[in-house]
Design a protein around this ligand. Structure first.
Ligand code: ADP
Ligand code: MG
Length: 347
């Protein structure tokens, strides 16, 4: 949309031309990309389209004081890729809309796009359009990502059945531990010769898990195409909250065995050094972008064998129970309700 002109560091049309020149590429099925009134794509086979969008506001979701434009872009794209991973979809096309403060230099926007497109490179997602406006209140970034699956083949939150096994990919809590390491208090610890008793390699691992998460796209496609999962969700807000979303959609309860939660050596070491429970980090930590999925008990050996053969890490952490049972955690044979300690907006 054309915007009312006022003095601005950035000019709309040269910016769009520059972004298109630098970041737009040909892609299968793409008939018309950036440069016309709409993008045109021709489906390459009969498929379901999966469409996800995210709106990020400066000061709410990100902040140029604590993150580089590249990492803001990278993490924003990864969050959308992770949503498609949880559907079992193949990511294909990307649209990006911006509302840009008049004081922001265009080099920031190019760095933001570099981060976005780096995150998309592995899956060869093509930038096919967007919109550009000025903003009086910080930068707004909207990402829309389109992916595909074969028809009638997708992972939903609503398919979990009583007695299904509950699995997660990867390890939990690393991103939150990494975020804490980046916070000013811990930075001070780090510079004062590691007063926080945590090795440099553990610190690097956790910070990297926070700044450069990897959406589990191929794991999601595997679970979907091989029909191994009955339901799935990605862990963006934290296990305790995201498990609840899956249980609500499936109308079931769950039991999570705390001893089984996959926690990295680095996260355990961080917990010890910082006096925090690693289990609590695993339950409440957001932005791990791992997948939480359920599977029929009879699929257990197939899942674990195939995961091993493909080099995917999956861990069974519990069992789906009836809705009446509620959502509980058990440890040492004792059960109690699992409180939601993960991230919620507007809190
Ligand atoms: P309109 O006035 O119809 O909204 P624009 O001039 O805004 O058209 O957009 C022209 C072309 O540039 C379109 O193909 C649009 O998708 C693309 N575009 C606009 N802004 C962006 C952006 N921030 N990132 C990527 N593509 C963009
Ligand atoms: Mg426009």
């Amino acid at each position: 949309m054309a915007t009312r002109k006022a003095k601005s560091v950035i000019q709309e049309f040269p910016l769009i031309r520059g972004l298109a020149h630098r970041f737009a590429r040909r892609a299968p099925g793409l008939i018309q990309g950036i440069g016309d009134d709409a993008a045109v794509v021709e489906p390459t086979s009969r498929s379901w389209w999966h469409i996800t969008t995210d709106l990020l506001a400066e000061g709410i979701h990100f902040n140029f004081k604590s993150a580089t434009p590249e990492s803001i872009g990278y993490r924003a794209a990864m969050a959308n890729l992770s949503d498609l991973a949880a559907m079992g979809a193949t990511p294909r096309y990307l649209l990006i809309s911006l509302a840009i403060p008049r004081t922001l230099a265009s080099s920031h926007i190019f760095k933001l796009y570099s981060g976005l497109m780096n995150a998309c490179r592995r899956d060869r997602v093509a930038l096919i359009g967007g919109d550009t406006s000025a903003s009086e209140a910080g930068l707004f970034l909207n990402i829309t990502l389109i992916g595909t699956t074969p028809t009638r083949r997708a992972l939903f939150r609503h398919g979990a059945q009583v007695n299904d096994l509950i699995y997660v990919t990867g390890t939990l809590g690393d991103s939150l531990a990494g975020l804490r390491l980046l916070m000013p208090l811990h930075k001070a610890h780090r510079s004062r010769k590691n007063r926080l008793a945590l090795s440099a390699s553990h610190q690097r691992f956790l910070i990297d898990r926070h700044l450069h998460p990897t959406a589990r796209v191929s794991e999601g496609q595997w679970l979907n195409l091989k029909r191994l999962a009955t339901s799935a969700i990605d862990l963006s807000d934290g296990l305790s909250g995201d498990l609840r979303h899956l249980c609500d959609a499936s109308q079931v309860g769950a039991e999570v065995e705390l001893e089984k939660l996959p926690i990295s050596a680095a996260c355990r070491a961080y917990g010890k050094a910082a006096g925090r429970s690693p289990v609590q980090l695993a339950l409440s930590g957001g932005e791990d972008y791992e997948l939480l999925f359920t599977a029929a008990p009879g699929s257990r050996s197939t899942i674990e064998q195939q995961a091993r053969a493909r080099g995917y890490r999956v861990t069974c952490i519990g069992t789906i129970r009836s809705k009446r049972f509620g959502i509980r955690m058990s440890s040492d044979g004792k059960r109690q309700l699992l409180p939601v300690t993960s991230y919620e907006h507007f809190h």
